[in-house]
Design a protein around this ligand. Structure first.
Ligand code: AMP
Ligand code: MG
Length: 418
């Protein structure tokens, strides 16, 4: 066990709160991308590529028609027009997936459909609109230059072209390109597995109804969705009472690349998680200069990060977004930044903060201005569902005055019109 500067603070309060930026740097220094794994291309959507992709083939692998019409020698149509129709002998037809066998000679044309290979001897396609066909003879009323309406070998992807770099988040159309070049498998970063330890004597599992002095655990269901959003997956979910030895046992036996506990992360008598981490591993941080979420901790246990999140649901959400999501996205090989769009809005009313602490202030967008959500206690989870986003008041700021233009992180991406 490594000695920790964060002593047992139970019933004594935090003597030191770590700056948000320092806490985040600590998270960064302990979270490098995990190893990679091979997945079938069909399962590759939204995964993060861990290798480079270079095409080994030309797409298409043949010259193809870009139009329905007649393949012929462009030069032979020169001079054709409505008042000077030229005729060609139709020697056959080719549709996509077929090859016209035979060579097309002078004065001949082949009926061709979009996507079909250009027959040997032809170098252009005359669109059907400029033709008539009767008794095996096609009449052309327009000229085409050689090469017209012909998609050349490799026009889409040339052999040897680098297509994707490691770190690419796979889009649906990327899968299409990968399939086009014949890939069936991809090397991607492994998704971090995350164990959730939900502590609290007062909790009943989500889906059950709370009676008496009990409440429903809302953190686990929210955290699971956040973990999945950031590219992780849940490996285990355990509900525990505030029983020191039960929590110790869980911390030592859960499976996962990363562990999150909620509840009991502060300085109360039932707040066991921080001192347990100190006993069994290394407590890297306990207490952060932020509101809500001050009672957040970070530790290492058997080589993996353990995040100690406050039970209060808003604190839990903010602490996840400031610290845990950062770790999960990094482990997953993703961009570490927030998955929230940011836009500037004028502030209606003011936001009061304190120098030395970061504030996570929920706001609603009303008529193009940002309005602070009034019920802002850290136990009021519905403040985050009423809100459209949040403003981060920096550590060195006393707040933001009425009318200031402030950056708002939006929970939802704005929807554009098609
Ligand atoms: P704690 O962090 O354990 O001191 O809990 C702070 C507050 O959050 C208390 O009111 C708890 O009842 C509440 N709380 C703790 N865990 C959860 C949870 N999983 N879901 C909802 N509320 C919780
Ligand atoms: Mg508790």
């Amino acid at each position: 066990m490594i000695a920790s500067p964060f002593g047992d603070v139970r019933m004594r309060g935090f003597t030191h709160r770590m700056e948000v930026a320092r806490f985040q740097d600590l998270v960064r220094s302990h979270s490098a991308p995990l190893d990679s794994e091979i997945v079938p291309v069909v399962e590759g959507s939204d995964r993060i590529l861990s290798e480079s992709v270079v095409s080994l083939v030309d797409v298409p692998a043949f010259d193809r028609s870009a139009m329905d019409g007649y393949a012929l020698r462009g030069e032979e149509t020169f001079g054709a027009g409505v008042y000077n129709p030229l005729t060609f002998k139709v020697v056959g037809e080719v549709t996509p997936g077929q090859v016209f066998d035979g060579k097309v000679g002078a004065g001949a044309a082949v009926r061709i459909m979009t996507g079909a290979p250009i027959p040997e001897g032809c170098d252009a396609v005359l669109m059907a609109e400029y033709t008539r066909e009767e008794d095996g003879v096609m009449t052309a009323t327009e000229a085409v230059t050689p090469g017209r309406h012909v998609g050349r070998i490799g026009e889409d992807i040339r052999r040897g072209t680098p297509l994707f770099d490691p770190g690419r988040r796979i889009r649906p159309q990327d899968l299409g390109v990968l399939a086009s070049i014949g890939w069936s498998e991809l090397r991607v970063f492994r998704r971090p597995s995350v164990a959730l330890l939900i502590t609290g004597n007062e909790l009943v599992k989500p889906g059950k109804s709370a009676t008496g002095a009990m409440i429903v655990d809302s953190n686990s269901i929210m955290l699971r969705a956040l973990v999945e959003r950031d590219g992780g997956r849940l490996s285990e979910l355990r509900h525990l009472s505030d029983d020191r030895e039960a929590i110790r046992e869980a911390l030592l036996t859960v499976a996962g690349d990363l562990v999150i506990t909620t509840g009991g992360s502060s300085v109360g008598i039932e707040d066991h998680a921080p001192s347990l981490i100190r006993e069994e591993g290394q407590l890297l941080a306990h207490g952060v200069a932020m509101r809500p979420s001050a009672p957040t901790g970070l530790g290492r246990l058997a080589d993996r990060l353990v995040f100690l999140l406050p039970g209060n649901p808003v604190s839990c959400l903010a602490a996840y977004d400031f610290f845990v999501g950062l770790a999960i996205r990094r482990l997953a090989g993703r961009e570490e930044g927030w998955p929230y769009p940011c836009a500037s809005y004028k502030l209606k009313g003011r936001i009061v903060s304190q120098i030395g602490r970061v504030d996570y202030a929920r706001v609603k967008i009303e008529q193009g201005t940002a309005v602070l959500v009034a019920t802002s206690g850290s136990s009021i989870l519905s403040s985050t569902t009423v809100a459209d986003g949040f403003v981060v008041v920096p550590q060195d700021s006393e707040g933001m005055p009425e009318g200031a233009t402030v950056p708002v992180w939006l929970y939802d991406a704005p929807v554009g019109s098609p």
